[in-house]
Design a protein around this ligand. Structure first.
Ligand code: UGA
Length: 431
């Protein structure tokens, strides 16, 4: 098939490269000329494991990039993978997505054959039906079902394993308005995945598909917040929350994944999606208490980390190491990273912060240009009064003997990353 993907951010680039790897021709459309040039030169515009070989193999050949939205008319279907930034009240701003949708609608206005627009971006059901579909229809001068289809096909890819998650997903969710042509086209596109991996396909409505994405992320975020809440209680009782989690995870109804307690979840998705869903629910007249609680517990974890630090050392005027800045290992992304409130809290206490991250220093420097950054993981430990572990990168996990470089070896571990106990004043967040 020939697919087009509008938007070459984390999601769009991975989707485009993976579709090329499944044997499809792919046209990537982005308004940023530099991104387009890089893709055509075989260089991915983002850092994502497994993406380099795909973009270098297909970029400029079966994966072609352009700034021209008109190119989508030559393709069988178009994915919309445009970011939906958050407003101050947590609701999402669909303006960029709607503008791209209109560009696509205009591009297929004169097309005789059926064209399918597939929404990959995370959007609430009402936005899909009330804004997105009408915008595409208006621009195309056609109604949905009249040589034009709109489907919702959310992604469940994690940053750092987005390629693997695309290639072997737990499920593929296809939301349509019952239009057989839309389902056929998507079935053909994903056929290599479905037949090779026996991936379950969920055929549902568009509103349901949009909601599944929000509910999926909300559930995961709440699961981590619940184990963090229980973990905080465990810590009060001197109980190791990881031993508790290992046992409850053996119950199939609970499941063992996403039970790692600590300094909480970060990233661009859990915070944004839970806030957007909560804001939409409130607007609809429903107070979503569990969603709010999940968010509150998550905000509390960095504070608990700093309170634990306070019980051991007064860091005012002292050097404090922050190890790990990315919101999780394997990425350079610092959006909503727990390192941000941790560094802010240290600054409020008058500490001199020295940080290290193998990938994310440049991104964090934009947020905190005033703190010191060390190239090597052991760099911040030299003469530090305390070390706070925020991201469990392998090179941080392996530090071990390097903690002897510290002035006072106080280690507050937010990710259960460190095995060493002897010779350290060690505190785990929930153990
Ligand atoms: C998340 C979802 O896992 C993906 O399924 C979804 O597609 C994606 O959001 C999205 O909406 O685009 P992502 O935010 O990339 O993916 O990363 P995760 O691996 O889910 O981790 C999120 C945060 O939770 C990280 O800060 C991680 O450290 C934290 N986490 C994760 C925990 O604190 N404990 C756990 O047990 C698992």
């Amino acid at each position: 098939m020939h697919a087009s993907v509008v938007g070459s951010g984390y999601v769009g680039t991975t989707v485009a490269a993976c579709l090329a790897d499944l044997g499809h021709d792919v046209t990537a459309v982005d308004i940023d000329e530099e991104i387009v040039e890089r893709l055509n030169a075989g260089e991915p515009p983002i850092h994502e494991p497994g993406l380099d070989p795909l973009v270098s193999a297909y970029g400029g050949s079966s994966l072609e990039a352009t700034t021209d939205h008109g190119a989508v008319a030559e393709t069988d279907l178009t994915f919309l993978a445009i970011e939906t930034p958050a407003n101050d009240d947590g609701s999402i701003d669909p303006a960029a997505l709607l503008a791209a949708a209109e560009d696509v609608g205009e591009a297929v206005a004169d097309k005789d054959d059926y064209h399918l627009v597939v929404v990959k971006s995370t959007v609430l059901p009402d936005v899909v039906e009330g804004e997105l579909v009408p915008a595409i229809e208006r621009a195309a001068g056609k109604t949905d079902g009249d040589e034009l289809g709109v489907a919702v096909n959310p992604e469940f890819q994690r940053e750092g394993s987005a390629v693997d998650d695309f290639m072997s997903p737990d499920k593929i969710v296809l939301g349509t308005d019952g239009d057989e042509r839309a389902l056929d086209r998507l079935a053909e596109l994903y056929q290599p995945l479905v037949s090779d991996w026996d991936v379950p396909v969920v055929e549902t409505g568009r509103r349901e598909a949009a909601m599944i994405k929000y509910a999926n992320n909300s559930f995961l975020a709440a699961k981590i917040s619940l184990i963090n809440d229980l973990g905080n209680v465990c810590k009060e009782f001197g109980v190791d929350a990881y031993e508790v989690a290992d046992a409850i995870g053996m119950d199939d109804r609970v499941g063992e994944r996403f039970l790692r307690s600590g300094v909480g979840w970060g990233g661009s998705c859990f915070g944004k999606d839970t806030a957007a869903l909560a804001a939409a629910a409130r607007e609809a007249g429903y107070e979503p208490s569990m969603l709010e609680a999940a968010r509150e517990v998550n905000d509390r974890q960095p504070e608990r980390m700093l309170e634990l630090l306070d019980t051991h050392v007064d860091v005012s005027g002292e050097r404090v190491a922050v190890l790990g800045l990315a919101f999780k290992p394997g990425t350079d992304d610092v959006r909503n990273s727990r390192a941000i409130p941790v560094i802010e809290g240290l600054q409020e206490r008058g500490a001199e912060v020295v940080a290290h991250d193998p990938n994310a220093v440049e991104n964090m420097r934009e947020r905190f240009p005033e703190i010191e950054y060390a190239d090597a993981p052991e760099g911040p430990l030299e003469g530090a009064e305390a070390a706070l572990i925020v991201t469990e990168w392998e090179e941080i996990v392996e530090l071990d003997a390097e903690f002897d470089r510290m002035e006072t070896p106080v280690v507050i571990d937010g990710r259960r990353a460190i095995d060493r106990r002897e010779g350290l004043v060690y505190e785990g967040l929930t153990w």
